[in-house]
Design a protein around this ligand. Structure first.
Ligand code: NAD
Length: 729
């Protein structure tokens, strides 16, 4: 069955409908590009056709390009992948340009048939680039619809003419939030921004009337004397835009995201030449980006693999385990968040705490959240009421009786957790799954309190629950497949991304982030400038420097973890140097943001100021400072070597989870595609040699894991050895 079909009405309007069979949303494939091209050409050539409407048979228009296609084109282009990608981009430009200019005389701009795009809902990526090449865009008044060009978020930029057309339609300054930040808008806001032209309840009827009204269809940029709104780069105002945009992009991306820079170059150079040349420039930069290892790693992790995990790549093959009613134990910070996202997903929630007051506090957090949502018009009052009504806040354990999943988020104390496990099991049915949200306690150990350890699992959320996209699912030594399926089906219901790992101290995410934070504090203790530490981290793409991260998560939490780890590890405990800093900070009351004092100073309102002079006085800066790269390598290797160890020890079963989990869980330099992608980028031989050097200089924590050593000797990469293709082979 075709993705596009055409029907020509008695009124002479040809309606081309995009409706990919068996998919909830349209995505564009290579074959479908040819289909729509053929249909448009047929309509242009048909004398009975007065004009065209391109629309969708679904309640959305399109989700974009199938990014798997982009990855394949390079692979299939033999020894010249860049040529293959460039030819593909230029073919796309040709197809869209043939719609925009159909039959128009190049000199007089006369002739041509009007083409309207009708968007019933969401239109993203190529799903907006295609309408931008039509002559007028009509959208349904659907506040849920999202309209925009989010390509930058997966490491590429709009290469289907969207970059060139949007800049010419809005001007570089006005187009920048949509191109550089991937900002998405509802139809009415997209209209106010000038991206689309009409919003109404019946866009089909409006489009039809417009098509038949013999409208003027030549695009402004195809008319003589056209000038870019806001000015091209040599115009005094345009000049300021480009200088500012360049500074802003470098400030925001720290220069590590190649797509943002390439996009800016395409916009700048494209603004100085005629439209068709600008398209060619866009295609060149687009090719350059698709050839960049950072972009392919970002597409792989943030699009292909993230989606595969969300669709259940790690799910055991057992029957549907969709959750009907969830019991949340503990209505504190985490429990309230878990209740919130569950109710938001339409799941009934029983929220239990020690007394009614504590349970109500948890529900009040959700009420606050929904009230804000209503006042910002993100949800309707009815939806907010329905969401709150789904939460039963109570101290009564009997209310949990008909829950099919329990998630406990009570105090981080094995005795308290054991007590609630027994209390819950006394009331729930035999097949109920019990999950713990513990961040540090081994699941297998907690499961000893359960009568049904095969039904006991870890579902580890990150804080704040409603914002963080990752959920780490932890299998204890006895956890069975049904519990894994239940956890995964639940995570899918609440629309987050899951990774499934085996039980070990700190699981995966915290295991890798703690060494990063610790390395930051060690550097300070050694007399390395805190500014060098923080900027070094940010300039390599970490969203927060390690010292800021300590301030955000608080020193007392660090001190608690340090004491517990030391107690568990005894003489093997490696972090004495870090403890010195942590315990000094704790004793000084510099507990971080919540105390308005940490590695940074804060004003009375809690706004972060500069790095603290008190800390600098305690740890004076040494005369000799390390190079930026040395600092960055210490911070990155501290994390990636831990990720390799997690793989080596089978805590991680799939490197895709290691990469996706690192980016979504703790913000590991997203431009790199994750720790394993980064190691592949720098090559295992270099990584192993560098780990040896770091170990020699700074100690055993950088010792090269045997797995990495072996892979370096064989010249292997992680994705070739452990990627899904290798697994399938
Ligand atoms: P919190 O102190 O804010 O909340 C704990 C809640 O549990 C309190 O409301 C308390 O009254 C309730 N509680 C204690 N004993 C109970 C009992 N017997 N029955 C019912 N309720 C009981 O703690 P939190 O930060 O929400 O953490 C909860 C759990 O989540 C801990 O295991 C923690 O390790 C884990 N966790 C926390 C974070 C984080 O960033 N805070 C992140 C991931 C996981």
């Amino acid at each position: 069955m075709a993705d596009f079909t055409m029907e020509i009405g008695a009124d002479g309007v040809a309606v081309i409908t995009w409706d990919v069979p068996n998919k909830s949303m349209n995505v564009l494939t290579r074959e479908a590009m040819d289909e729509v091209h053929e249909l448009t050409q047929q309509a242009f050539a048909d004398d009975n056709v007065k004009g065209l409407i391109i629309t969708s048979g679904k309640d959305t228009f399109a989700g974009g390009m199938d990014l798997n296609v982009l990855a394949k084109i390079a692979q299939e282009s033999g020894d010249n992948p860049a040529q293959g990608l460039f030819d593909f981009a230029m073919k796309g430009h040709g197809l869209l340009r043939s719609v925009e200019r159909n039959g128009m005389d190049p000199k007089t701009n006369k002739g041509g048939k009007p083409v309207a795009a009708v968007l019933p809902g969401t239109a993203l990526g190529i799903g907006l680039e295609m309408p931008l090449a039509c002559h007028r865009i009509f959208a349904k008044n659907n506040p849920k619809a999202k309209i925009g060009l989010p390509e930058i978020l997966v490491g590429i930029f709009p290469g289907g003419g969207g970059t060139t057309r949007l800049v010419r339609k809005l001007g570089a300054m006005a187009a920048s939030p949509f191109l550089l930040e991937g900002k998405l808008l509802s139809p009415d806001k997209a209209k106010s921004a000038g991206i689309i032209d009409e919003v109404s309840d019946d866009p089909m009827a409006d489009a039809r009337a417009w098509v038949l009204s013999e409208p003027k269809i030549v695009k402004p940029w195809d008319e003589k004397g056209y000038k870019i709104p806001g000015g091209a780069p040599y115009h005094p105002a345009g000049f300021m835009t480009f200088v500012g945009a360049s500074a802003m992009v470098n400030g925001k991306t720290q220069g590590v995201y190649p797509a943002a820079k390439a996009l800016l170059s395409a916009v700048y150079e494209g603004a100085m030449v005629p439209f068709d040349t600008a398209l060619k420039i866009e295609a060149r930069y687009f090719t350059e980006i698709l050839m960049n290892p950072s972009s392919s790693a970002m597409i792989r992790s943030l699009f292909v693999n993230k989606e595969a995990l969300e669709k259940g790549a790690s799910r055991p093959d057992v029957a549907d385990e969709k959750v009907g009613k969830v019991g949340v134990l503990g209505a504190g910070m985490m429990g309230a968040g878990i209740a919130l996202v569950s109710a938001q997903a339409g799941i009934e929630v029983v929220l239990v705490d020690r007394d009614q007051e504590a349970a109500d506090r948890g529900k009040a957090y959700v009420a606050d959240y929904t009230a804000k949502g209503v006042s910002r018009r993100k949800i309707t009052q009815d939806k907010a009421d329905a969401m709150l009504a789904r939460i039963n806040a109570t101290p009564d354990y009997d209310a949990l009786a008909d829950c099919d999943l329990i998630i406990e988020a009570v105090f981080e104390d094995p005795a308290v957790k054991a007590e609630v496990t027994a209390k819950v099991e006394a009331v729930v049915s035999e097949d109920c799954i019990f999950a713990s949200n513990t961040s540090t306690l081994p699941i297998s150990q907690l499961a000893t309190a359960s009568k049904r350890p095969e039904q006991f699992i870890g579902i580890h959320f990150f804080s704040p629950v409603e914002k963080m996209l990752l959920v780490e699912i932890i299998k204890g030594s006895q956890t069975g497949t049904r519990a894994v399926a239940k956890a995964l089906d639940y995570v899918r219901q609440i629309k987050k991304t899951p990774i499934v790992v085996n039980d070990a101290r700190f699981f995966y995410a915290n295991r890798c982030i703690i060494p990063y934070i610790n390395e930051g504090m060690r550097l300070v203790a050694e007399g390395v400038s805190p500014a060098l530490v923080e900027n070094g981290a940010r300039m390599v793409g970490m969203p927060l420097g390690p010292l800021q991260l300590v301030d955000e998560t608080s020193i007392d939490l660090g001190a608690k973890i340090a004491r517990a780890t030391k107690a568990a590890m005894g003489n093997d405990y490696p972090d004495g140097a870090v403890d010195e800093v942590i315990f000094w900070m704790e004793a000084e009351g510099r507990l971080g943001r919540k105390a308005n004092a940490g590695f940074y100073d804060y004003d009375e309102k809690g706004k972060r100021q500069g790095l603290s002079e008190v800390v600098k006085a305690k740890y004076p800066e040494a005369e000799d400072q390390p190079t930026l790269q040395e600092v960055q390598h210490r911070l990155l290797f501290a994390q990636v070597l831990e990720a390799v160890r997690a793989l080596e020890e089978d805590v991680l079963e799939d490197i895709r989870e290691g990469d996706v989990g690192a980016i979504l869980g703790w913000g590991f330099a997203p431009w790199s595609g994750g720790p394993f992608s980064w190691l592949d980028m720098i090559g295992t031989p270099y990584a192993a040699a560098r780990a040896d050097e770091l170990a020699e200089t700074y100690g055993d924590r950088f010792a090269c894991p045997p797995l990495l050593k072996e892979m370096a000797a064989k010249g292997q990469s992680f994705y070739n050895r452990f990627g899904p293709e290798a697994k399938a082979a």
